[in-house]
Ligand binder design. Structure first.
Ligand code: MLT
Length: 208
């Protein structure tokens, strides 16, 4: 029996107690971030899901009305669905969610941020590459043991710096320890992002 609710996904077992939840960008799939996950942590288990929403044939994790304008009802529904999948996948594959770190890029980073805000029990650590504020939660979540790393591009045509700062502020207000980095980059990921995120992950007291 596969984890329920089901998502198309890849699972790669690890040799440490940490697991990375890998969430691709628009038009990606569950294979995309596996090499990145291995680069970030060669020992962690990797759970990589494919978004269920299709936009002109491109997988995404939730619907949007326009670029940067999200269908909030769908976003909430999809966030809970993904959180439930992660819970059942943890039981199925036998990894602990207290050492789970979400790693998302663009649309994947946005649903990871949404999970932190709406379902903080699922995970308290995240690496968010090119993320924006997905939604404003009705109640401030409890993220006082949370650690979040945000990587932004200072020439990103999709995400202005003010949006990155707004997200960092929202997560800090919930108690999270937020590291925000701006790189000489656009929306695409750079080696500098990956190196900095890997160093940040290596400083975590969990998962080693
Ligand atoms: C989103 O829709 O999540 C953001 O606009 C990023 C993107 O996927 O282009």
């Amino acid at each position: 029996m596969r984890p329920q609710p089901d998502f198309i996904h890849d699972f790669v077992s690890g040799t440490s107690s940490r697991a990375l939840l890998l969430l691709h960008g628009t038009g990606g799939n569950e294979k995309d971030l596996i090499p990145l996950g291995r680069e970030l942590d060669p020992n962690a288990a990797l759970l990589s899901a494919r978004g269920k929403v299709l936009e002109n044939g491109m997988p995404r994790f939730f619907r949007r009305l326009a670029e940067g304008v999200f269908d909030l009802q769908d976003l909430k529904y999809r966030t809970n669905e993904l959180a439930d999948f992660v819970t059942s996948a943890a039981q199925h594959y036998g990894f602990a969610t207290d050492q789970l770190v979400a790693v998302g890029y663009s649309n994947g980073a946005n649903i990871a941020a949404s999970m932190l805000l709406l379902r903080p029990q699922i995970m308290q650590e995240a690496i968010l590459f090119r993320a924006m504020v997905p939604l404003i939660p009705e109640t401030v979540p409890e993220l006082s043991s949370g650690r979040v790393w945000i990587g932004a591009g200072d020439q990103d045509p999709i995400i202005p710096a003010s949006e990155t700062k707004r997200l960092a502020e929202l997560l800090r207000r919930a108690g999270a320890d937020v590291t925000m980095r701006f790189f000489n980059a656009g929306h695409g990921l750079t080696n500098d992002d990956v190196t900095a995120a890997r160093d940040w992950l290596g400083q975590s007291c969990k998962g080693n």
